[in-house]
Each structure stands twice: as structure tokens, then as C-alpha cells.
Design a protein around this ligand. Structure first.
Ligand SMILES: [Mg+2]
Ligand SMILES: [Zn+2]
Length: 362
């Protein structure tokens, strides 16, 4: 299954007088010669701009930000996790609890679109600048496809990003809660709604309950949730038809339960960014250089896979900068330690990030 959450294709013809003219069809028989000619005419096409999302393209962590808006009492569950933790199970637990507390699909989407308004202006300009020059821009993130696509859409940037490589997410219909008597009988505390995949039959598969669901460690009690099963229907009154509810469910990009470990000890079980970047590069033969923008500990692995022709733009004061420096110091003492071979530049603001991308794009 192809899990890339491909966004609409890059628009061509974005205004920009400095754009190189579109190359004429290459007469060369060899694809390699043709690619070289295209790069000679427009060297930007040889650069792959790879951007982490949370705290790189935006200043916030999307999951924490969403919690702050819709269920702030749950935010600490996300913010307490440390790398290389797999965020998918606990994020699913939080999303499930949000749904139980009455956060609708529309409200969640609307909140994500609003968050798009917080994408820094310099990032908007950077993505527009790279698109005008024909640079392929890819988001590589341990967030999820629904969060990222709606935030980029809210920022009107979705057409400027060629691919989003992340954990796939989708809304699934939640069955109405059972009657109070049945809930009391099954010992489930009244909160155990069943997920029915809201997908076409051809694509249907058994519902996957992410680990963390049903563990009962946190949300088994429905007291105070405002969404406990109906216990107050008036006698003699027909119960109101339950509203259709949807819950956002995230699937791991790499399903270690089905596929085994991806073999990388630096990365969480659900996603190895280094393996994803290597695969991306192999599928883009014209990309001679990668400019990688990131901030977090999970950006170290892809940076270690880069070569001297590539560039890392690491956010100042964040884990990636610290880990790269630690690696460099350790490698100086022990040549057996892998260090980042790419040129590393540190950025403090998104304006600076934009300037660095412009400087190092060719
Ligand atoms: Mg990040
Ligand atoms: Zn890795």
C-alpha cells in the first residue's frame, strides 16, 4: 500500500519573473544526458528540499497545539513523551478521548485549518520561492497526514508541497454507545465504542486498534467526560437517535507488528526518517542535493545518511543541533562514531531559515 499522503501537484506558472524558461524537450536519447541538460538550465531542479513539520515549518507541535485548543487537560500526555518514543498509540488514545468528550470531526478539522494561519510568513515565502524555481519540496514528519494536510490547506500552501511522508490518518465512524444496561453488563464502563472503518468495501480491512486503546490505564472512567453512555433518557420517551460520530485514527507509517522492526535504534518504531529519505532519494534520480530542515531528535537519523554535497539546516537550541554537536565531538575522539557529513547551518528564526534555503539551494 502506498502510504504517502500526496497532496495536490505543484502548480506551475506561479508568478515570478526570474523563473528560468521551461526547457524544450531534450533531444538526447539518454535519460541521464537529458537530466543533466535540464539541471544545467535550471539547477534548482537538482535540489530536494526536505522539511520536518512540527517546530520546523511551524512553531508548534500540531498534536499538542490541537490538544491545547480542544482538550487542554490531555496535552501533558503528549508533551511528556521523549524520543525515541512512538507517539502513535498515545496520540490515538488522546484523539479517542476527544471524540468521547464530544469533539466532532468538523471541529477538529476547523481547528487544524485555523492553525494554518499561524504558519510563519517566512515559511510561506520560502515554499513559494522554492516552487517558483522548480525545487521539489517534501514534508517528512512523524505527525500525520490529516493534521499536516489541513494545516497546509489552512495556510494555502498545500499546492506547494509535492509529497507528505508521514503516518497515514483517517476518520473512522464510531458506533453509538450501547444502552446503559448493556454497558453495565459488559463491564466496559460504558465507554467502549466500536470503530467501524468508514472506507469503501474494496479498501476495507479489519479495524486496527492501536496499542494504547482499551488498555484501561487512563480513560476507562467516563465520569466527567460528558459522553458517557446514555443513562438519563426519560422513562417512556423514545431515545433520541445518536449522532454519527467520527474518530481520527492514525496508523504507523512503519507497522512493526506486521513487518517487524525497521532496524534503526535511533528512530521510533513507527517511522525511520533515514530509511524514508533514502527511499525518496532513490526515487528522485535528478535530486543531486538534499537541503534538510529540522529541529528534533528524530531528524538525526536522516541527517546521518546525508553526504558532503548535502546541507542540514538545524534549529538553534533544539535537539537536532545538540545531537549533531555531540556526534561531532564523539567522532573526533573515536573515528568509529558516525557523524553528520553534510554541511550544517543553524537557524534561529524562520526568516533566517528562508535565507539559508536560498543560499544553499544550488
Ligand atoms: Mg520537529
Ligand atoms: Zn532511523
Amino acid at each position: 500500500m502506498h502510504r504517502n499522503a500526496s497532496l495536490p501537484q505543484l502548480k506551475t506558472g506561479v508568478s515570478g519573473a526570474s523563473l528560468p524558461a521551461a526547457p524544450a524537450p531534450c533531444p538526447a536519447a539518454s535519460a541521464d544526458v537529458c537530466a543533466a541538460e535540464m539541471l544545467r538550465r535550471n539547477p534548482y531542479e537538482g535540489t530536494l528540499l526536505v522539511c520536518d513539520f512540527d517546530r520546523t515549518l511551524v512553531d508548534f507541535d500540531a498534536g499538542e497545539r490541537l490538544c491545547d485548543e480542544l482538550a487542554p487537560e490531555l496535552t501533558s500526555l503528549l508533551s511528556s513523551l521523549q524520543m525515541p518514543a512512538n507517539f502513535v498509540p498515545v496520540t490515538n488514545t488522546v484523539l479517542s478521548e476527544m471524540q468521547r468528550r464530544g469533539v466532532s470531526r468538523d471541529r477538529l478539522v476547523s481547528c487544524l485549518r485555523e492553525m494554518g494561519r499561524e504558519v510563519p510568513l517566512a515559511v510561506q515565502r520560502m515554499l513559494q520561492w522554492s516552487a517558483r524555481r522548480g525545487m521539489e519540496t517534501v514534508v517528512l514528519s512523524d505527525c500525520n497526514s490529516v493534521f499536516i494536510s489541513h494545516i497546509l490547506t489552512g495556510a494555502r500552501l498545500n499546492t506547494l508541497v509535492r509529497h507528505v511522508i508521514t503516518n497515514q490518518a483517517s476518520f473512522q465512524r464510531v458506533a453509538p454507545p450501547p444502552p446503559a444496561s448493556a454497558a453495565a453488563d459488559d463491564g466496559d464502563g460504558g465507554g467502549g465504542a466500536v470503530v467501524e472503518p468508514a472506507v469503501p468495501a474494496a479498501a476495507a480491512r479489519p479495524p486496527r486498534v492501536p496499542s494504547g486503546f482499551g488498555s484501561g490505564w487512563l480513560f476507562r472512567s467516563s465520569s466527567g467526560s460528558g459522553l458517557s453512555s446514555s443513562t438519563s433518557a426519560g422513562a417512556g420517551k423514545p431515545p433520541a437517535a445518536p449522532a454519527v460520530a467520527h474518530r481520527l485514527v492514525i496508523e504507523p507509517r512503519h507497522d512493526h507488528r506486521a513487518c517487524g522492526s525497521h532496524g534503526c535504534s535511533l528512530c521510533p518504531a513507527n517511522l525511520c526518517k533515514g530509511a524514508e529519505l533514502a527511499a525518496l532519494r532513490a526515487s528522485a534520480p535528478r535530486a543531486r542535493r538534499v537541503v534538510y530542515c529540522g529541529d528534533g531528535a528524530n531528524d538525526l537519523c536522516p541527517c546521518l545518511g546525508l553526504g558532503p554535497q548535502d546541507v542540514v539546516l538545524a534549529r538553534a537550541g533544539h535537539d537536532l543541533e545538540r545531537l549533531i554537536a555531540q556526534r561531532a565531538a564523539a567522532a573526533a575522539a573515536d573515528p568509529g562514531v558516525r557523524r553528520v557529513a553534510a554541511a550544517v547551518h543553524v537557524w534561529h528564526s524562520h526568516d533566517e531559515l528562508y535565507r539559508l534555503v536560498q543560499q544553499h539551494a544550488t
